[in-house]
Design a protein around this ligand. Structure first.
Ligand code: PSZ
Length: 500
């Protein structure tokens, strides 16, 4: 009986190639190709609720050493494979959150394991250099074949760093240095500049500002934190700068029904940006740069149109502000393009593009004139890590070889269509399904229900993340295929049926 039913549904799904939304119907997709299964599992497998007993024991142990309030569970990275994260209690979960959007091609990808087992690469793993002073012989070649091979349009220079915050922090410094040199008309600081900077006074430490957006997340270090406005807990008790904060568009969905309203909303925000630039100049704190995420991620997956970003870029040019696009979360392929800003279709999209997460190393690309003019102005001990460039080169090879950006576009469509269908089926729970590639999100009726859904999905073997006040976000690896989408939709549908 069961197999007859599955057979009928399989035929139906083949025939219509649709997510079957009638109660009890399942989406059955063709089995994973064998090559895929060699490094992926065929589905979730749950032995305990999560966190299981071993995770709880380890959390207690670690609790004697650190704050463990944020720990979800402990992982078995040896057993994790492809899209599946295995925990220490033997639970195997379909990972649609991937370490906060940071695993490009799944766990233990064979190409990366092979790379790491090559004896020629051992020295890169064992000897971590202070890259700013003593780089290895192959460093220029490795940068060229990794980061520069996917450089954004108009950018030929890249600076590696350790993490996303560190990248943004140094990018802001590059912006300020560039801006002051532009103001001076030359690169030589005065004696007054040199003495006042030592005591945090002007003109050596100028009153310049970076304009950011409400809902943005650019990191937690002190400069970055002044531009982060997604949750109070990130900012509480930490001194900050008086820098301008513009509203980010709050689009209404479905987009095609609210074209006029959304265009008005974007125009309102752009107008506010220009007003703030003028106000802060009058206050004596000129805006040296504008920083923006192509999709506000931590703040709730807030999108804006390519037109919005093109206009913003023009405003930055008009007022002499550097335009910094923070692609730490959007970069690396999950929107279906290597960089989310490519969707804006511009030849000169930005002055600085920062990255980390899926690119494995942090860093930022910059236009030539943004590069700091003297040695040791942008500097720290590691300045990145060559072993990460090595891994990134291979990740990019896999992306090209396996056409993963096309795969992302395909599975992203399947995911979004599935979310649209579920949203139609559960209008009281779900709304505002949105996304680009697999970088998708959906809103839940309230925060409490959102959190219940996340926990229930996890106990059924699906890892998802929250963002904003009440959104669920999808951040799978680039190897997340259509059949993974179907596994997810079936489980999510069961969770929703139990929640309602
Ligand atoms: O709670 C946190 O600290 C989180 S949760 C997700 C992030 C941070 N994302 C990091 C991030 C980002 O999404 C964007 C757009 N810009 C900068 C950062 C900072 O990167 P890291 O965490 O590497 O310093």
């Amino acid at each position: 009986m069961a197999s007859a039913l599955i057979g009928r549904q399989f035929a139906l799904s083949l025939q219509k190639n649709l997510w079957l939304s009638a109660p009890g119907c399942r989406y059955v997709s063709k089995a994973a190709p064998k090559t895929q299964l060699e490094f992926d599992y065929d589905g979730p497998s749950m032995k305990t609720s999560v966190p299981g007993p071993r995770s709880q024991e380890l959390t207690k142990q670690l609790g004697n050493i650190q704050n463990v309030g944020a720990i979800n569970f402990f992982c078995n990275y040896e057993e994790s494979r492809g899209n599946y994260l295995v925990d220490v209690d033997g639970n195997r979960m379909l990972d649609i959150y991937t370490q906060i959007s940071s695993i490009p091609i799944g766990y233990n990808h064979p190409a990366l394991l092979k790379l790491m087992s090559n004896p020629n690469n051992l020295s890169t793993l064992v000897n971590r250099p202070a890259l700013g002073i003593l780089p290895p012989e192959n460093f220029p070649d490795k940068l060229t074949e990794s980061l520069l091979s996917v450089a954004p349009s108009g950018m030929t220079r890249v600076q590696t760093m350790a993490c996303g915050s560190c990248s943004n922090e140094n990018a802001y410094k590059s912006i300020f240095i560039w801006y002051r040199n532009k103001e001076r008309g030359h690169n030589t600081p005065s004696d007054d500049d040199l003495s006042t900077c030592m005591i945090n006074q002007t003109p050596g430490c100028p009153d310049l500002s970076i304009l950011s957006f409400m809902g943005a997340f650019h990191g937690r270090t002190m400069g970055c934190l002044a531009t982060t406005h997604s949750k109070a807990i990130h900012k509480l008790d930490v001194p900050s700068f008086d820098w301008p904060i513009a509203p980010f568009p709050r689009l209404q969905y479905p987009l095609e029904e609210f074209t006029r309203e959304n265009a008005q909303e974007e125009a309102r925000c752009l107008e506010e940006v220009e007003d703030l630039i003028v106000k802060w100049r009058q206050k004596g704190k000129p805006v040296a740069g504008i920083v923006v995420e192509p999709i506000q991620a931590e703040g709730g997956d807030n999108h804006a149109s390519p037109d919005f970003f093109r206009s913003l870029r023009n405003i930055a040019c008009k007022h002499g502000c550097a335009f910094h696009v923070d692609e730490v979360q959007t970069g690396g392929g999950s929107t279906g393009k290597m960089w989310a800003h490519e969707h804006w279709g511009m030849d000169n999209p930005a002055d600085i593009v920062s990255f980390s997460k899926k690119l494995l190393t942090g860093g930022y690309y910059q236009r030539d004139e943004l590069q700091a003019d003297k040695a040791y102005r942008i500097f720290n001990t590691w300045m990145g890590d060559p072993s990460k460039n090595l891994l990134l080169s291979e990740v990019l090879n896999v992306i090209r070889r396996e056409n993963l950006l096309e795969e992302v576009t395909r599975s992203g469509k399947a995911l979004l269509n599935g979310l649209y269908e579920l949203q139609a089926q559960y209008p009281g729970i779900l709304s505002r399904a949105r996304g680009q590639g697999t970088f998708c999100a959906i809103d839940i009726c309230d925060d409490e229900t959102r959190n219940r859904i996340l926990l229930k999905a996890r106990d059924k073997g699906v890892l998802l993340g929250g963002c904003g006040d009440r959104s669920i976000r999808f951040r799978p690896a680039l190897v997340f295929k259509e059949y993974h989408v179907h596994i997810f939709l079936n489980i999510f549908s069961d969770v929703l049926a139990q929640i309602k």
